[in-house]
Design a protein around this ligand. Structure first.
Ligand code: NAD
Length: 327
């Protein structure tokens, strides 16, 4: 029997033994993100496509007449036209939760960097600027603040938002969240209180952390009007998706010290454009979309993907089915 054709539409990390399991399950075609034309040609006889960032749109779906499933590597499904896929009756899955711990920990790495100026202090020492043993001679900017007793406002209280809440509690933070899909559905052990609306969270929080997906409803969610609700002392952390926060307004506000600092792992355009004002500021910490990149996450994602692929190929229902309604 002809083996199913499985396209890896971009070059994500997989465990070696899971790569072998995929090779046993089907004929694998490895593409890279810039091979859009090849993807459009090769999808015509493909059974499965696995994509982390590659666009899965109507053009591709119209060509993929044999497609039995789309597997998203990671959680964000903003590169998939979910309406179009649903219209074709093709199942879409993601690996929700598999890298939640990784993203939650990077969130705190960015947060701690913002409040203790770790990256700046590192450059200060490496640049041989540390010339006096008197702590009073150090620049004032190295007197940070502590997380304990600060209000952490989480936007999007899913797998990652909840992990962030748990870690925040561990730091002694007072955690609140805004998530329009969760009214009244939380169990009492969840360590956070709901905020009635986004505006109150933005006005109240000392540190705001964004964990909502990028959807038509969240695109530009933190626009100029919303960002101006933040306190001048506040810190904004974004590890979910660029496009949710207006980067130009944010950069201007950071430059004018209208908010204290920001830590960003994701950007509207990736890689971040060389012309971005964010690159010129010293009250930002920027990372190249590495939130979900840990060895542990690769293990979890690899195992989830092979399970989902095997289920779809053998006609079973895979775990983590995504619909336009449950994003
Ligand atoms: P999840 O689906 O478990 O949770 C997302 C939550 O956001 C849900 O509870 C949903 O109700 C909520 N939400 C939806 N619309 C909202 C809105 N308008 N306002 C506030 N909340 C809203 O997803 P997750 O696993 O927590 O991941 C969240 C996002 O993080 C993903 O969509 C992905 O884009 C991003 N992510 C980034 C990285 C990275 O490497 N930086 C890695 C993994 C995931």
């Amino acid at each position: 029997m002809l083996k199913p054709k499985i396209i890896f539409a971009d070059s994500f990390n997989l465990l070696d033994d899971v790569r072998k399991q995929f090779a046993a399950l089907g004929n694998i075609l490895q593409l890279t993100l810039d091979q859009r034309e090849a993807l459009l040609q090769e999808v015509s006889d493909a059974d499965l496509v696995i994509a982390e960032y590659a666009q899965i749109d109507e053009t591709l779906l119209n060509r993929g007449r044999k497609l039995k499933g789309i597997l998203v590597y990671g959680t964000g499904t903003n590169h998939v036209d979910l309406g179009a896929v649903a219209g074709k009756g093709i199942p879409v899955t993601n690996t929700r939760g598999a890298n939640a711990g990784a993203v939650a920990e990077l969130t705190f790495s960015l947060m701690l960097n913002c409040i203790r100026r770790t990256a700046v202090a590192h450059r200060y020492v490496q640049g041989a600027n540390w010339k006096s043993g008197d702590s009073g001679d150090l620049p004032d900017e190295f007197t940070g603040i502590e997380l304990s007793n600060k209000i952490l406002g989480i936007i999007g209280f899913g797998a990652i938002g909840r992990r962030v809440a748990g870690i925040g509690k561990g730091f002694g933070m007072n955690v609140c969240f805004y998530d329009p899909n969760l009214h009244g559905k939380l169990s009492p052990e969840v360590p956070a209180r709901p905020c009635n609306d986004l505006d109150s969270l933005l006005q109240e929080a000392d540190i705001v952390s964004v964990h909502a997906p990028l959807t038509p409803a969240t695109c530009d969610l933190l626009n100029a009007h919303k960002l101006r609700l933040l306190k001048p002392s506040s810190i904004l952390i974004v590890t979910s998706r660029g496009g949710i926060v207006n980067e130009e307004v944010l950069a201007d506000m950071l430059a004018r010290k209208e908010i204290a600092a920001a830590g960003l792992d994701v950007f509207r355009t990736e890689p971040l454009e060389k012309t971005s004002k964010l690159l010129t500021l010293d009250n930002v910490v920027l990372t190249p979309h590495i939130g979900g990149s840990t060895r542990e996450a690769v293990v979890n994602i690899s195992r989830t993907l092979i399970e989902q692929a095997a289920a779809i190929i053998t006609g079973k229902t895979p775990i983590n089915l995504i619909t336009p309604a449950n994003v």
